[in-house]
Design a protein around this ligand. Structure first.
Ligand SMILES: NS(=O)(=O)c1cccc(NC(=O)NCCNCc2ccc(Br)cc2O)c1
Ligand SMILES: [Zn+2]
Length: 261
């Protein structure tokens, strides 16, 4: 089943058939129970230092759409928080649902958000590439930012305007001069815990930094995400919209979630 997806026949409930890590000890996403989170006063703030010229392309993988960054040198990095050393920016992508009531991957006290932004970085101090780092327990760092329905988000416009160029699976288009820090909330309070990729191969190599505050996007902007196709332009089967691409929450299995606030 290398054509994994989010439908009943190839979705999260059957990923374990080809990706045994699906039932692993440090899987993501999780439901963050705020009263169980441990305030860690020794946690420093995290710091992002992004160069807008690192942005290269926007692409449709069939599972989400992503902005890919030049990760050939330490031009855009995240440091601090729970991290030791600097982690290099690789890509950002989104997860959403079929309606505005749910679609994020992490939950907070059982609460659903309608979407979630993931900004993916890898440990370039210790490892030689993203794929190498993705196999290591301290290889990746992902910033998770919740989306809530509210005001039109001007910073998201550049991304949603580019979706027409990548409407089908496999399409990519030039996308540069973009600094992802414009998509971060003002307050940088976060929860952090050791977890995994939320997509196959579900590798257990992610230090998660989930921001407490959501960013607002308009219902119209989020509905544009759902009109991206998960199929190619020439797919013999009928075209299929990317209506949802979130993984349900996974067992905590004894892990501690720390709070920076
Ligand atoms: N949702 S997430 O936890 O933030 C998260 C964290 C890191 C990466 C991704 N997605 C991708 O890298 N997608 C493009 C490559 N396809 C998946 C893939 C990944 C790693 C390796 Br090695 C091989 C491989 O085929 C998502
Ligand atoms: Zn993701």
């Amino acid at each position: 089943m290398n054509n994994w997806g989010y439908a009943d026949h190839n979705g999260p409930n059957v990923w374990h058939e080809l990706f045994p890590l699906a039932n692993g000890e440090r899987q993501s996403p999780i439901d963050i129970i705020t009263t169980a989170a441990i305030h860690d006063p020794s946690l420093p703030p995290f710091n992002v230092d992004y160069d807008p010229s690192s942005a290269k392309v926007i692409m449709n993988s069939g599972h989400t759409f992503s902005i890919e960054f030049d990760d050939g040198e330490d031009k855009s990095v995240v440091r601090g928080g729970p991290l030791h050393g600097s982690y290099r920016l690789r890509q950002l992508h989104f997860h959403w649902g079929p309606c505005d009531d749910y679609g994020a991957e992490h939950k907070v006290d059982g609460r659903d958000y309608p979407g979630e932004l993931h900004i993916v970085h890898w440990n370039s101090e210790k490892y030689s590439s993203f794929v190498d780092a993705a196999q290591k327990p301290d290889g990746l760092a992902v910033l998770g930012i919740f989306l809530k329905i509210g005001e039109h988000n001007v910073n998201l416009e550049k991304i949603t305007n580019a979706l027409d160029d990548i409407n089908f699976k496999g399409k990519q288009s030039s996308f540069t001069n973009f600094d992802p820090s414009c998509l971060l909330p003002v307050c940088k309070d976060f929860w952090t815990y050791p977890g995994s990729l939320t997509v196959p191969p579900l590798l257990e190599s992610v230090m998660w930094i989930v921001l407490k505050d959501p960013i607002a996007v308009s219902s119209r902007q989020l509905s544009r995400f759902r009109r991206v196709f998960s199929t190619t332009e020439t797919d013999e089967t009928e075209s299929c919209y990317m209506a949802k691409n979130y993984r349900p929450v996974q067992p905590l299995k004894g892990r501690n979630v720390r709070a920076s606030f």
